[in-house]
Design a protein around this ligand. Structure first.
Ligand SMILES: NC(=O)c1ccc[n+]([C@@H]2O[C@H](COP(=O)([O-])OP(=O)(O)OC[C@H]3O[C@@H](n4cnc5c(N)ncnc54)[C@H](OP(=O)(O)O)[C@@H]3O)[C@@H](O)[C@H]2O)c1
Length: 332
């Protein structure tokens, strides 16, 4: 089969398009023909490497997959269109689960074929196209989980960082559909325009505006009920400043670094909460599908590249030039 493999960690130049042997399914696995695989920032973390995290080379990236079953099992038939729930039980203490194509034992979806535990297979909803179905299993699922953890109710106000990113754009769409008032942050006029198109009520330009002052002005000096923070070190101090008394900050990412200096006094005197979010459960993915159908939400796709052009897709994400999800087309 054709696949993008990495033989070592490094920049986008380590992504190599090659012919490699087809995977042989292990006991309990099933073979899936990959139709689309979305690019997520996790792919870049794994490609670059993180100290203390291991992969076995040659490795295949990619966890956000829609495909076609090459054999039937249980209620599934050969030829069924499916999506892959990306997490599997981890054998590393204190990590609840590993991610397919991430750090760990499972090879990912930047390939024509993938061997997947049967338990990770979910029927592709009919109302989603193959490419749409491949866009939801990571960013949208994580945003859904974060919104649930935020405990926000209709009419509450939420701050969502990075409107153009996968997590930011999905969180805006889902939060608006849940009836929340959304303040988001973007960094240029096209990203601001995009955020407004997604339905954000207020968009703050982080290059020209004082974010804390602006959020307090919008919320009559009260602050927001919750913040969705996927950006990390650079945004944590601001996130904690703009949440209201008893507000919640939900964190899932470290795009700008994993060590932040925050105002601890401001945090505890508000009796605020910091809550971590790691993907979401399989049943949350199924309830997300139902919610998106009910609210007629389609994922926002920025661009689709051929598998062999994965390098260009990675470079686009690293420059934060995307407006929604970047996909790799593998077959179909
Ligand atoms: N925990 C989990 O399960 C989980 C799941 C999914 C994703 N994540 C993590 O969440 C993060 C987002 O992933 P992604 O794939 O959606 O997209 P991404 O490509 O990492 O998105 C980057 C975003 O960060 C914003 N940003 C960068 N520097 C900033 C700064 N100094 N201040 C404010 N915003 C800044 C960018 O906005 P501008 O373009 O305006 O700079 C852009 O919107 C990643 O770190 C990823 O690993 C975690």
């Amino acid at each position: 089969m054709k696949a993008i493999i990495i033989r070592k960690h490094g920049g986008s130049e380590v992504l190599s398009y090659e012919e490699i042997p087809d995977p042989v399914p292990k006991k309990g696995d099933v073979l899936v023909k990959v139709n689309y695989c979305a690019v997520n920032h996790l792919d870049i973390w794994v490609r670059n490497g993180i100290l203390g995290k291991k992969v076995s080379f040659p490795h295949i990236l990619g966890c956000d997959i829609s495909g076609t079953l090459l054999e039937g099992f249980g209620n599934f038939k050969k030829g069924d269109k499916v999506v892959v729930y990306p997490a599997f039980e981890s054998n590393v203490p204190r990590v609840s689960f590993g991610i397919i194509g991430g750090f760990g034992k499972y090879k990912g979806g930047y390939a024509e074929l993938i061997s997947i535990p049967k338990n990770n297979i979910i029927k592709k909803p009919d109302w989603l196209s193959d490419k749409e179905a491949a866009s939801i299993n990571v960013s949208y699922l994580t945003s859904w989980n974060m919104l649930e953890k935020s405990r926000c109710r209709k009419g509450d106000t939420i701050l969502i960082w990075g409107a153009n990113s996968g997590v930011g754009s999905s969180a805006i769409l889902l939060a608006k559909a849940k009836g929340l008032k959304v303040i988001t942050v973007a960094s240029d006029k096209n990203k601001i325009k995009f955020a407004k198109k997604l339905g954000a009520d207020f968009v703050i330009d982080r290059n020209t505006e004082d974010i804390i002052a602006k959020v307090l002005e919008i919320t009559n000096q009260v602050g927001v009920d919750a913040v969705i923070d996927h950006v990390g070190a650079k945004t944590w101090p601001v996130s904690l400043e703009v949440i209201k008394v008893k507000g919640r900050m939900i964190a899932c990412g470290t795009t700008t670094g994993g060590e932040a200096t925050v105002n601890i006094r401001s945090f505890y005197s508000k009796e605020a909460q910091i809550i971590g979010a790691y993907l979401g459960s399989k049943s949350q993915l199924v309830s997300l599908h139902k919610f998106m159908k009910l609210k007629k939400i389609k994922p926002v796709i920025d661009s689709i590249y051929d598998l062999k052009d994965a390098k260009i897709a990675h470079q686009k994400m690293e420059k934060s030039n995307q407006f929604g999800k970047i996909l790799l087309q593998i077959s179909n």
